[in-house]
Design a protein around this ligand. Structure first.
Ligand SMILES: [Zn+2]
Length: 72
């Protein structure tokens, strides 16, 4: 039982590593949800440019209990 619990926890932790929305590489903890400052910058520029569109956000698989709004 315990062992299974640990495995589940590890799997859960891995699930939290999302791909960078800009280039698709695994995101770095420091720059979440991006993989680097560069990709974060690209994203910021999109926002500033007013052309930012969240691709397929509504179509994405619904992830309960995770909205990724707790960054920064
Ligand atoms: Zn990236």
């Amino acid at each position: 039982m315990r062992m299974a619990d640990d495995i589940a926890r590890i799997a859960d932790r891995r699930k939290k590593v999302k791909a960078c929305p800009i280039c698709g590489k695994p995101s770095a903890e420091r720059y979440r949800p991006f993989c680097s400052a560069r990709c974060a910058d690209v994203d910021l520029n999109r926002w500033l440019g007013g052309v930012y569109a969240i691709p397929g956000r509504e179509d994405e698989e619904p992830s309960a209990g995770e909205d990724g709004e707790d960054g920064a």
